[in-house]
Design a protein around this ligand. Structure first.
Ligand code: ADP
Ligand code: MG
Length: 244
C-alpha cells in the first residue's frame, strides 16, 4: 500500500505578473513573475529565497489572493482563483489564508484580544472571544490578552500577529520576512513557533533573506528575475516524479 498523497494546497501553473505600462511612449513594464509553476502540499514548510527584486513579495501577494496574476492558473485549496471578483477574493482570503508580515499591522488602540478577534468578526463566527483567547494562549500570550500593542515587546507583537493569522485555522500560513524587525533571540522565539506549527501539520510559506531561517524549512524555493531558479522539495508519494 502506498500512502495516500496529501492534498495540494497551492497549484500554480504558468503564473505571470507584470507591473507598469507605457509611459510617454516608453515601456516601463517590470515582469515581476515570469512563468511560475509551483505545487505545495499540505504540511509542507517552504522557505522562499532570492535577491531583492526577484519577485518574492509579488509571489506571496498572489499566493494569498491579495492580488491576481495576469496569466496562468492558480488553485488554492482546490478553488480556482483566476477571474474572481474582489469580494470573492476577500472571502477566499479570509477562509484559507493567514498572513504574517514584517510590519505587524496591528491596530494600535485596541487590545491583543480584539486584534485577534477581528478576522473572526469578518466572517460572523461564533465563540469569537474564546477562539481568540485560545490562539493567544497557543503563542504564549495568555497573560497579555488585555495589553495594547504599545504595551508589548516587538516579539510579543509579532506573536499577536501570528495568533491573528492562525485564529481562522487557515489552510495556508504566509509570512514575509517575519523576523526581519526582531533581534536574534526574539527571532529565534518566532522560528520556534513556526517549527511547532509545522510539527502540528500546518502548511507554511516563509520569505526570508536568512539562510539559517531557510535551513529550518523542509523545502527551499529560490527565485531569480521572477522565475524559480531552484527548488529542493523532495518528491512526494503520488507525485508524478516520485517513482525516481
Ligand atoms: P522581492 O520581494 O523579491 O524584493 P518584489 O516582488 O517586491 O520583489 O518585486 C519584484 C519586481 O517588481 C521588482 O522589480 C519591483 O521593483 C517590482 N514591483 C513590485 N511591486 C511593484 C508595484 N506595485 N509597481 C511596480 N513595480 C513593482
Ligand atoms: Mg519583498
Amino acid at each position: 500500500m502506498v500512502a495516500a498523497p496529501r492534498p495540494a494546497i497551492v497549484e500554480m501553473r504558468g503564473i505571470e505578473k507584470t507591473y507598469g505600462a507605457e509611459r510617454a511612449g516608453e515601456s516601463v513594464a517590470v515582469h515581476a513573475l515570469d512563468g511560475i509553476d509551483l505545487t505545495i502540499h499540505e504540511g509542507e514548510y517552504v522557505a522562499v529565497l532570492g535577491p531583492s527584486g526577484s519577485g518574492k513579495s509579488t509571489l506571496m501577494n498572489l499566493l494569498g489572493c491579495l492580488d491576481v496574476a495576469d496569466e496562468g492558473r492558480y488553485r488554492l485549496a482546490g478553488t480556482d482563483v483566476a477571474g474572481l471578483s474582489d469580494d470573492a477574493l476577500a472571502r477566499i482570503r479570509n477562509r484559507f489564508v493567514g498572513f504574517v508580515f514584517q510590519q505587524w499591522n496591528l491596530l494600535a488602540r485596541t487590545t491583543a484580544l480584539a486584534n485577534v478577534t477581528l478576522p473572526l468578526a469578518y466572517r460572523g463566527d461564533r465563540d469569537r472571544e474564546a477562539k481568540a483567547r485560545a490562539a493567544l494562549e497557543a503563542v504564549g500570550l495568555g497573560a497579555r490578552i488585555r495589553h495594547r500593542p504599545n504595551q508589548l515587546s516587538g516579539g510579543e507583537q509579532q506573536r499577536v500577529a501570528i495568533a491573528r493569522a492562525l485564529v481562522t485555522e487557515p489552510a495556508l500560513v504566509l509570512a514575509d520576512e517575519p523576523t526581519g524587525n526582531l533581534d536574534t533571540a526574539t527571532g529565534e522565539e518566532i522560528l520556534g513557533l513556526f517549527d511547532r506549527l509545522h510539527a502540528a501539520g500546518r502548511t507554511l510559506v516563509v520569505v526570508t533573506h536568512d539562510a539559517s531561517v531557510a535551513e529550518r524549512a523542509n523545502r527551499r524555493v529560490r527565485l531569480r528575475d521572477g522565475r524559480i531558479e531552484s527548488d529542493d522539495g523532495l518528491p512526494l508519494p503520488g507525485r508524478a516524479d516520485a517513482a525516481g
